[in-house]
Write a protein that binds this ligand. Structure first.
Ligand code: ADP
Ligand code: MG
Length: 248
């Protein structure tokens, strides 16, 4: 079932607003994730529901240990939900084999992590371009130029990660994550290792990717500033999203 939204086109003053039905690009339905630590079962997610529309930017906040990373990994196919449905662009990740999930992740998801995770032996250019080769379509110079310009990396492309600041490394990681035009960009505390100034730069770039390129983003953050950059903030606690749930 889609969500009806009113889209105001700016093609003319007398134009009636267009009514369109947008299908969520991401649908999380009653998702559970149980970890087994010895004999103990740890329920990291306990029935999460979340819909994200194409072009939305959603920030996920909540205390440490409440299940934010588990949710992101399940959405991105890095981990398999124990129960429930995770629909990415209509494909249910929970019913897939590991191989199918990896393939879907490669084509539809981009990931950004707190610790950048760049390959130290490669230049910035190499770190970004390798994602295009792994994706399978080879180097696309036009997309490379658009992405590196937008992220302010043009003068840094021949540098290795050790020769770049944390903020620059994270921008390379973002470029790598979006170079293949993923349906969804997932970011797990992308400013967690950055100082205030670089955090602002990275958040601003994520906001511009969303506003200017229409990139759908789900980002975990502890940064209260993030709420001013993103359309929507959801709060998690003890393995569930608590927005809209009355306090006991
Ligand atoms: P957050 O990102 O909000 O800090 P996590 O999703 O990392 O939360 O963790 C949620 C809960 O699941 C925590 O209690 C954590 O200890 C537990 N957990 C996470 N990963 C594992 C794992 N691989 N094995 C066992 N327990 C885990
Ligand atoms: Mg986490």
């Amino acid at each position: 079932m889609g969500i009806t939204v009113t889209i105001r086109t700016n093609s003319g003053v007398n134009t009636e607003p267009e009514i369109k039905t947008l299908e969520p690009i991401l649908k999380v339905e009653n998702v559970w994730k149980l970890y087994h630590a010895g004999k103990v079962e740890v329920p990291a997610l306990r029935g999460v529901n979340l819909d994200v529309l194409p072009g939305e930017a959603v920030a996920v906040m909540g205390p440490s240990g409440c299940g934010k990373s588990s949710l992101l990994y399940v959405i991105g196919g890095l981990a398999k939900a124990s129960r429930g449905k995770v629909l990415v662009d209509g494909n249910d990740l929970v019913s897939m084999t590991d191989g199918e999930r990896t393939k879907l992740r490669r084509h539809k998801i981009g990931f950004v992590f707190q610790r950048f995770n760049l390959l130290p032996a490669l230049s910035a250019k190499g770190n970004i371009a390798i994602a295009q080769y792994i994706h399978g379509d080879g180097f696309d110079p036009h997309r490379f130029e658009v992405v590196t310009k937008m992220l302010g990396l043009v003068g840094r492309l021949n540098h290795r990660p050790s020769e770049m600041s944390g903020g620059e490394q994270q921008r390379v990681a973002i470029a790598r994550a979006i170079i293949n035009e993923p349906k969804i960009l997932l970011a797990d505390e992308p400013t967690g290792n950055l100082d205030t100034k670089n955090s602002e730069i990275v958040l601003d770039m994520l906001r511009r990717l969303n506003k200017d390129l229409g990139q759908t983003i789900v980002m975990i953050t502890h940064n209260p500033e993030a709420t001013t950059y993103f359309d929507r903030v959801v709060h998690m606690r003890d393995g569930v999203i608590v927005d809209g749930i009355p306090a006991d």
